[in-house]
Write a protein that binds this ligand. Structure first.
Ligand code: PHE
Length: 339
């Protein structure tokens, strides 16, 4: 009996010292198994009680159980200490949800421009582009603008130096591509254009256009109407009404502008359509033979059509943006609304 009590005493001294100084959770767990596990020292002592008298059993059993509880408590508190140290700075909780990465996205204007270009690509148009800084020749002369045409006035055109200017439309890309290719030429050309205009809610000095043109044998005005109608119904929806209005451009003859029925008022007249009931969306026409001659094409043999449209206005109509300046200010709170 005394042997068992001595054994309990030694076990207590050893175990308390080892547990309270255990350096890691693994060591602590090893100690727990060595003392309290099925084959542990304390378990062995408790098993040995069966050979004792009932009184001895009660006495030693009581002490052994007390020791068991004491050691269990010590293990728990040492475990807490070790875990508290482990969760300090520098440790990563892999169960936390990740921080979302910030994704960039295309600007509203680019989105709409890509939509427009994509519709024409599906109709067989190739993409091309030209320089933002253009010469007088490509922007005006080759397009049949007479030398005294008002569009050349500095009030409309930003001149850079000499005969260089910021292009006022994307039509110069027609001339550049015709010079490089032989008919058939079927191209869609998106890009930036610049006009010396006062900036307000409806007009800006910088905006985007998409130019389209097709030259081949036997290209007719009906072909032009076919692609424009396909485009309008695809982009604005098949329910929209459209009309052609006679117009004038130096580089097309005949020329027509395309309007769509105002979808804000349904044609009754409202501030958006300036009480017209119609919204102008593009200029177009059959390419003037003078332009074809300027690029060395045989205007007796080939003919073509061209059209050009702004991007900002349709973008504003479709996404109900009421001030064009919002498209250029790059306020992230605005931009993020259109993905
Ligand atoms: N370039 C003309 C403009 O900026 C639009 C246009 C393009 C008209 C092609 C006819 C043909 O207003």
């Amino acid at each position: 009996m005394q042997i068992i009590l001595d054994e309990l005493g030694r076990l207590e001294t050893d175990a308390v010292r080892q547990i309270t100084t255990a350096g890691t959770l693994d060591i602590l767990e090893e100690l727990r198994v060595q003392v309290l596990g099925k084959k542990g020292r304390l378990t062995a002592i408790l098993r040995g009680l069966k050979d004792l008298t009932p009184d001895q059993k009660r006495d030693i059993g009581g002490r052994a159980n007390q020791l068991k509880s004491k050691l269990e408590e010590l293990i728990v508190s040492r475990r807490d200490e070790l875990m508290g140290a482990a969760s300090g700075p520098g440790l990563i909780d892999v169960t936390l949800p990740g921080r979302p990465l910030h994704h960039g996205h295309r600007h509203l204007v680019t989105l709409v421009m890509d939509q427009i270009v994509n519709i024409f690509q599906r109709m067989g148009f190739e993409i091309a582009d030209g320089p933002d800084i253009e010469t007088d020749y490509y922007n005006f002369s080759a397009l049949n603008f007479p030398p005294d045409h008002p569009a050349r006035d500095e009030q409309d055109t930003f001149y850079v130096e000499g005969d260089r200017l910021l292009r006022t439309h994307t039509s110069g890309v027609q001339v550049r591509e015709f010079e490089k290719r032989k008919p058939p030429v079927k191209i869609i050309a998106p890009g930036l254009v610049f006009r010396n205009e006062a900036v307000n809610a409806r007009a800006h000095c910088v905006f985007h256009q998409v130019e389209g043109f097709f030259v081949d044998t036997n290209v007719t005005f009906s072909d032009l109407k076919g692609v424009l109608e396909a485009f309008v119904y695809e982009f604005f929806g098949s329910g929209v009404a459209m009309r052609y209005r006679p117009s004038f451009f130096p580089f097309t003859e005949p020329s027509a502008e395309v309007d769509i029925r105002c979808f804000f008022c349904g044609g009754k007249g409202c501030p958006i359509c300036k009480n017209e009931g119609w919204l102008e969306i593009l200029g177009s026409g059959m390419i003037d033979p003078a332009v074809l001659k300027n690029v060395g094409y045989d205007s007796e043999r080939v003919s073509g059509y061209a059209f050009g449209m702004g991007v900002e206005r349709p973008a504003m109509l479709r996404y109900q943006v009421n001030d064009i300046r919002l498209l250029f200010e790059n306020d992230i709170r605005f931009i993020r609304q259109f993905r």
